[in-house]
Design a protein around this ligand. Structure first.
Ligand code: GLV
Ligand code: GLV
Length: 321
């Protein structure tokens, strides 16, 4: 008989097509994620789990899954999964790196441009009937040319952001635990600096690190204090990298110029959250990889990882083996 698989939401057809002949598929048919209690029940039966970043795959869940052979996450980030617990049970965990790099870098630029040139604020201004004439001093933002972009985490997505930055004639700084080879730095046109220097010298700061114990609240009160009053912060990585309370206080006091966040803590961000009261904040609902082409590639990759795991083969993209 075919192996039982649970998919925690509808995913693009290109992924499902790869699976439907091969496995006994159950798809959670709602637009909201399955509650934890349902997941706990489902995993008792299945050999394969195809999950999303909205699912909490913790030790308890993993230990409730006696037949589970593979966890395949349709995302590059996997901070929602207790990988150690999976490894302890010799369960490979798959993810989808690479295919969403360009889409996420594109959205980073959309947010950076929108926050620095006040695009969403300007649109609101019109919709509120405030556009009475062209204003020589109204809705002024900041130029890119000659400014300095600081990239925290120069991995796949950080590099794609850096490549775009060169077209805008920005100076590019980066910071991360390990320096890249000089040849690669030169090719990307980036300069390695210590974290504090990046915070102090950048006009725009963009976060591209995974969320781990080390990066949790990496940007807090002290780091925000080091930033320029005119600086903008962009986050398309994970909400938990920023201490949002500290960010709110900093923005409220005018100690940085603005922030654009595609990721928040928690997600969804409650409608009445204090950050949403500020005009110099843009929040989007975690749409970094949300293009038709990219989501379809992610679904295919997740399906391939899942099938490999069910067959006892190495996963094409595995985080723990
Ligand atoms: C999205 O945030 C992802 O990790 O793929
Ligand atoms: C602006 O529209 C200009 O013509 O300077």
């Amino acid at each position: 008989s075919k192996p039982k698989v649970f998919i925690t939401r509808h995913i693009p057809r290109e992924g499902l097509d790869l699976l439907k002949e091969q496995v006994d598929l159950e798809i959670w048919d709602k637009s909201e994620p399955p509650p934890y209690s349902i997941l706990l029940e489902k995993v008792q039966e299945i050999e394969g789990l195809l999950c999303l970043l909205t699912d909490q795959i913790d030790q308890r869940l993993i230990n409730h899954a006696p037949h589970l052979k593979v966890i395949s996450q349709m995302a590059v980030g996997y901070d929602n999964i207790d990988v150690q617990a999976a490894t302890n049970r010799e369960i490979p965990v798959g993810h989808t790196p690479g295919v969403l790099t360009e889409a996420t870098a594109d959205l980073t630029w959309a947010l950076l441009m929108a926050i620095t040139r006040r695009v969403t604020e300007a649109e609101d201004y019109i919709k509120q009937g405030k556009w009475t004439t062209w204003q020589p001093m109204g809705l002024l933002g900041s130029d890119f040319v000659g400014a300095t972009l600081g990239i925290i985490g120069l991995g796949r997505i950080g590099r794609a952001v850096a490549r775009r930055a060169r077209g805008f004639n920005l100076n590019i700084l980066y910071s991360q635990p390990h320096r890249l080879e000089v040849g690669l730095e030169q090719e990307l046109g980036v300069n390695y600096v210590p974290f504090e220097q990046l915070l102090k010298e950048s006009d725009f700061i963009s976060l591209h690190t995974p969320l781990t114990e080390k990066t949790y609240h990496l940007i807090g009160k002290n780091e925000l204090k080091l930033m320029k009053e005119t600086a903008f912060l962009v986050n398309t990585a994970r909400g938990g990298i920023i201490d949002q309370k500290a960010l709110y206080d900093t923005l409220k006091q005018g100690e940085i110029a603005g922030a654009a966040l595609d990721v928040t803590e928690p997600e969804p961000l409650p409608k009445d959250h204090q950050l949403l009261t500020l005009s110099n904040v843009i929040v989007t609902p975690h749409i970094g990889s949300a293009s038709y082409q990219t989501r379809s590639k992610m679904a295919i990759m997740a399906a391939q990882n899942l099938l490999a795991g069910l067959q006892g083969q190495p996963l094409p993209n595995c985080v723990n083996y």
